[in-house]
Design a protein around this ligand. Sequence first.
Ligand SMILES: CC(C)(COP(=O)(O)OP(=O)(O)OC[C@H]1O[C@@H](n2cnc3c(N)ncnc32)[C@H](O)[C@@H]1OP(=O)(O)O)[C@@H](O)C(=O)NCCC(=O)NCCS
Length: 216
Amino acid sequence: MQTPLSSQCLTVNLDPPYKISTEQLHVLPTSNISISFRFLRPGDQSEVKSLCCDWFPIEYPDLWYDDIVRDTKYYALAACETHTQRIIGVVVADILALGSCNREDQQILHKSFSLTTPVCYILILGVEKEYRRQGLAGILLYHLLNTLYERGTCQAVYLHVLYSNKQAIKFYQSKHFQYRVHLPHYYCIKGENLDGYCFALYLNGRHFELLFLFFN
Ligand SMILES: CC(C)(COP(=O)(O)OP(=O)(O)OC[C@H]1O[C@@H](n2cnc3c(N)ncnc32)[C@H](O)[C@@H]1OP(=O)(O)O)[C@@H](O)C(=O)NCCC(=O)NCCS
């Protein structure tokens, strides 16, 4: 979960738009609902905002929503209920140079890595409450990772999570993300300063091994 103040200016151009097969449907195992995937587009702002208000305890400015649906530098993938086209899950990620990450996050890679090394930051990942625990966040993450693997340049994927967000921590741990950095007072929520954690998944050279682990 990104804070509205996180600084990310220098991005690495990976020639978006990213590829995804929109014909690929997925049926959720317990509810039997059919899901399709597409990238966010202009017009999605209010739907995504309403989901994020539900999922996250911090408010993002409207400009941020404009940005993630319009700017093709973001990998912004939505899972939609096929029948209604309602968005029920979203992942938004950005590929940036290590040197553009917050200073404390630069510790995710050893200092021998150049500051131009590309890494991927997950700004948000969420799934509507009634569709959780059916593997949907895993599939959204899988699509992101697959794109990164195909491009073959990113060394790591990382994210921030509120220290008390047990479900997200369990989720990322189940996908082999590692706890990397403790971020004291990283979030300011309703006037209270709360700690965050940074988790990272290392990609380089581990394509098949990771994809195998991911679904086991
Ligand atoms: C975290 C979140 C995205 C997980 O979505 P999801 O679709 O339910 O996740 P998945 O079904 O793919 O879960 C995969 C695995 O993660 C772990 N996991 C996910 N949610 C869990 C929970 N509430 N408790 C314990 N383990 C959990 C489990 O190991 C799960 O596998 P299992 O169901 O076979 O046991 C969802 O709970 C959410 O949207 N939370 C609010 C937003 C948020 O906090 N996002 C993360 C910060 S960016």
